[in-house]
Structure formats: structure tokens, C-alpha cells
Design a protein around this ligand. Sequence first.
Ligand code: ZN
Length: 372
Amino acid sequence: MRRALTKTRIRLADGRELIYFDEPGAPRRDEVDRRKLPEFSTAIELRHDPLLDAEVVVASHRQERTYLPSEEECPLCPSKAERSTEIPASDYDVVVFENRFPSFASVSSELPPPPEGDTAVVRSEARGRCEVVCFTPQHDLSFAELPLERVRSVMEVWVDRSVELAALDDVEQVFCFENRGEEIGVTLHHPHGQIYGYPFVTPRTRRMFESARRHRDETGRSLFADVLAGERKAGTRIVAEGELWTAFVPGFARWPFEVHIYPKRQAPDLEALSDVELDELSSIYRDVLRGFDRLFDLRMPYVTAVHQAPVRSGRELAYLHLQIFSSRRSPEKLKYLAASESAMNVFINDVQPEQAAEMLREAVARGRREDL
Ligand SMILES: [Zn+2]
């Protein structure tokens, strides 16, 4: 069912935008950010790598960002009388704000001109937008522990932000993601996700669409739909099957534990999903996350990537899906991006996808039984 969320926009002390998304019954959000912050400014540039035909973001100001603060210093907890955080209110449901240390910014960067004579590098401004999504005021909770209604609210917020960011002139692709764990590079413990509005189409998306275009030219069919049909026919790597969605470990998984969640019909982006599709996605996504945590009975580090159509190209080829993966391959061992992965982009997976699927299927089923 559609979540009726109340949207309240404010400006933080340095000019960044913050938006509360409140569920019914929340109080008015009229608190003011009383911090003394320097005006929001960034120092980011894009540099083009001609060898890979890809952009590199140079964002040196991110070195200054808050790194694993204690709960007493957490910038994502609500504000208290004695301490102001990024969120001026004393409580919240879901809140979104512009990242103070973004990789792409809505304001011009203050960059010195390149050294005279340095024409080796093609530089451009890293315009775009980076947002932080906080989905609970509780510092120690994780996404998998949210009530289903709140997960559904987050989905609604993902849709809202995807539509709004796609309307910005500088944005070519909107990427909603969520992750957890120091092991994969999270710098704040407080549960949160992020949304990037990239000023270009990302290399992975470009590559996927090249494959999809080729497949369509050769067969007339959607590559993504064929991958899903193949997995459903094989059955051995299915983790959870709903009426409208399927969760599976792809037979070509790169990570020790990797699950893709596909809708059973082709939808290019989050906005194209119906209310009932978002309802079922909320529960199947939460089931998969809970399954991850039950694998070894510990909080798994993970990344969730929402793959959706770029803003201005490839819409007819796009097939929205979620990709969730963990770098933990056993209770004691992590998978690192070593020489082959980081230098050659060839992944070596230590866990057989069929075995990972069996373990995850059992863990998801156990989670559902425990919920009853
Ligand atoms: Zn916190």
C-alpha cells in the first residue's frame, strides 16, 4: 500500500538541503539548525581516464570527513538540547540531506587552475548531487531490523529522490545504495544509505547495456529477462520467490554471497513500479538481508545497489534490479579485491554460487519461520 509521507524541506546552517519524510502522526518539523558552519563548498573535479574511457573523481576534501565517530559524536543521530547534529529535530522517521562531503556537488567547486603547461589531463567539474538517507534515529539498528512499514517508507523515498534527482540538469544516472560494515568501507556506524546523482552514465551500466543491446539485436529479447528466466528454470540458485519478484544468486556471481532481486516484468526504474510491486519488494529485500545475517549468525557487511535506467539513454533496454553482496566468505574470512580483481577486473569467487544459494535459501526460510 502506498505510504503517505509528509515532506518537509529545510536548509541546514551551511545552505545544504534537508528533507524530512514523515509517517502519519509525526510532529511538525520546524527546528532550526543552530550550528555555526562555514558555507557549503567543495573541491571536486572529474578527470578523464583515456585508457579506460572512464571518469575518476578527485575529491580531496573527503579526507577531512568524519571517520567512525562514537555514538556520542554521531552526526546522524537526532539533535539533543546539548548537542546539534546534521538533523536538527529531536526525532525523525526517514530523513534525506545533501552530503557535507560529497563526491558530486550541486555547488561549484573551488579549485585552483591546473598548473601552466599541464595539458595531459582532461578535467571537468563534478556537478551532480550526493544525498545521505537516514532511516532510523536508533544508532544501533540495522536495515534488516526495521519494521516492514519503515522499509516501505524507504522505498517511497528512493522513488521520490530518483525522480527529483533525475530532473536536475547535471544528473545522468541516479544510484540509490545502502551498505553496512567497516569491512566494506562504511565510515559512520549509524545505519544509513546514500544516493548519488552522477553527471555521467557509470561504466558498469554502460557495459551492461552494450551486452543488452547486442542480445536484443541477435535475439529480439531482453537480456535481463532471459537471465531471470534461465535462473527460474534452473531453480538451484533461487533464494526466495514471490508473486512479483525473484531473488537468486546469479550463476556468474562475483562475490562469495551475492543476491540479485528482479521483478518478474520489465520495469526500467523505481518510478515504474506499482504500489504492490514496492510492497513485495520491501518484504523480499528485508528477508534477504535477514538471511545474510543468519548465515553465520553475525552482522554481515554488505552493499545493496539499485540498478535503474540512466536518465537520458537506454531506457528501452533497462531492467531495474537490486544487487546485494557481501565480502565476507566465512565467519573469520573476508574476500579482498586482490591483484586479479583490482588490477585486471577478473573476479575469483571462493564460494560456489549453488552452495551460496543453498545456504542463503535456508537462512531466509529460517528467518521467516522465526518471524511467525
Ligand atoms: Zn547515530
